[in-house]
Design a protein around this ligand. Structure first.
Ligand code: SAH
Ligand code: SF4
Length: 359
């Protein structure tokens, strides 16, 4: 469907297209550099190419496929959420979160960057088929997968925006709309394209994939031994509660999921993050904390607790500061590393899928 989107092409694919057009192959590399180093997003910016080739590019390939329709900035100016329209009129969300340099000083001393962290939260699908009851994207149902190019284009859109301000994207999290492991091939192709040392050269270690827990895909991901960080949306420590919040738990219950996680850690030596959206009186209880601690014992992991972002289709409320502190206290005392993540961009509906569902 998106065969003509330029961001769908790998460098070898672009090269063979140019060969078909009887163009010298070095032109492919020039285009690649223009896209991923100079962030050009219209054929007319490629003035290094002959006019005839620019013409051909604009006739055959789609460049600018993300049309921003709404951009919202949080009151502190640190979170920018963009709603983009795709070629078929469907909409996705991408969020840029800026963090103060002092918050990540160590990393940035190492990276020699004067700016703070610039984290992008990108989408992998329009809607989502997983139906998690508290999630705005889940509430809208599944519309379609994004192509690899549509995933890449979200990063390049913000890379260009930041570049114009003398800044760079430092981290990308696949925590926007959709379940990345339900769109496995396109997601991995997008990651490979972003990683390409001849292209954008974005390090795999700066990427985080978050999954609702599709066990076969976790096993496939394990076998591929990628450097990408893995986060698992756990949210509940017993099957009855987890199934009531995340219906996919029926198919892949906690025991099976944690076995796949244990195997991932053993095979890769990498730490897993477990996500926990804290819902008042539901999964923020001392009982859940104790049960979680017992299930995670011995796993190389970290629990990321975040107060629920309330959504229209779900009656649950966010936890309170006191309940959240008690919860992580229990985990910490049991030796499970745990942090409470700040809620970002609440005033601009920056929770997953919340802007799309409103518009
Ligand atoms: N589908 C993937 C990635 C997208 S959701 C996944 O579920 O992991 C990214 C994260 O946001 C997940 O941890 C998800 O559970 C969480 N999330 C979704 N809706 C939320 C809400 N209303 N409040 C807090 N976290 C939410
Ligand atoms: Fe889909 Fe993730 Fe939302 Fe669940 S939380 S419905 S998997 S996007």
């Amino acid at each position: 469907m998106n065969a003509s989107l330029i961001f769908n092409l790998s460098l070898p694919e672009l090269t063979s297209l140019l060969t078909e057009w009887d163009e010298p192959t070095y032109r492919a590399r020039q285009i690649w550099q223009g896209l991923y180093h100079n962030f050009w997003n219209t054929p007319k910016e490629f003035t290094i190419l002959p006019a005839s080739l620019r013409q051909k590019l604009s006739e055959s390939l789609e460049f600018n496929i993300l049309v921003p329709t709404t951009t919202l900035q949080s009151s502190d100016g640190e979170t920018i959420k963009t709603l983009c329209q795709l070629h078929d009129g469907k909409a996705i969300e991408t969020v840029l979160m800026k963090y103060d340099p002092s918050a990540a000083l160590r990393q940035f001393k190492r990276d020699n960057l004067g700016q703070g962290r610039r984290t992008l939260c990108i989408s992998t699908q329009v809607g989502c088929a997983m139906g998690c009851v508290f999630c705005a994207t889940g509430q809208m149902g599944f519309k379609r997968h994004l192509s690899s190019g549509e995933i890449v284009a979200q990063v390049m859109y913000f890379a260009r925006l930041l570049h114009d301000q003398g800044e760079v994207v430092t981290n990308v999290v696949l925590m926007g709309m959709g379940e990345p492991f339900h769109n496995y091939d396109n997601t991995m192709a997008a990651i490979d394209r972003l990683n390409d040392p001849d292209g954008y050269n974005f390090g795999a270690r700066r990427l985080t994939i978050s999954t609702v827990g599709l066990v076969p895909a976790i096993r496939r991901f394990t076998a591929e031994k990628r450097q990408v960080h893995l986060a698992i949306s756990l949210h509940a420590a017993d099957d009855t509660l987890r199934t009531s919040m995340l219906p996919i738990n029926n198919r892949y219950p906690i025991k099976e999921l944690l076995e796949a996680c244990r195997d991932y850690i053993t095979a890769t030596g990498r730490r897993i993050t477990f996500e926990w959206a804290m819902v008042n009186g539901v999964n923020d209880t001392p009982d859940q904390a104790h049960l979680l601690a017992s299930k995670l014992k011995g796993l190389l992991c970290h629990v990321n607790a975040i107060p629920l972002n309330p959504t229209e289709g779900y009656s649950g409320k966010a936890t309170t500061r006191q309940r959240a502190n008690e919860f992580i206290d229990i985990l910490s005392k049991s030796g499970i590393p745990c942090t409470i993540r700040l809620r970002r961009g609440i005033d601009i509906k920056a929770g997953c899928g919340q802007l799309v569902s409103q518009v």
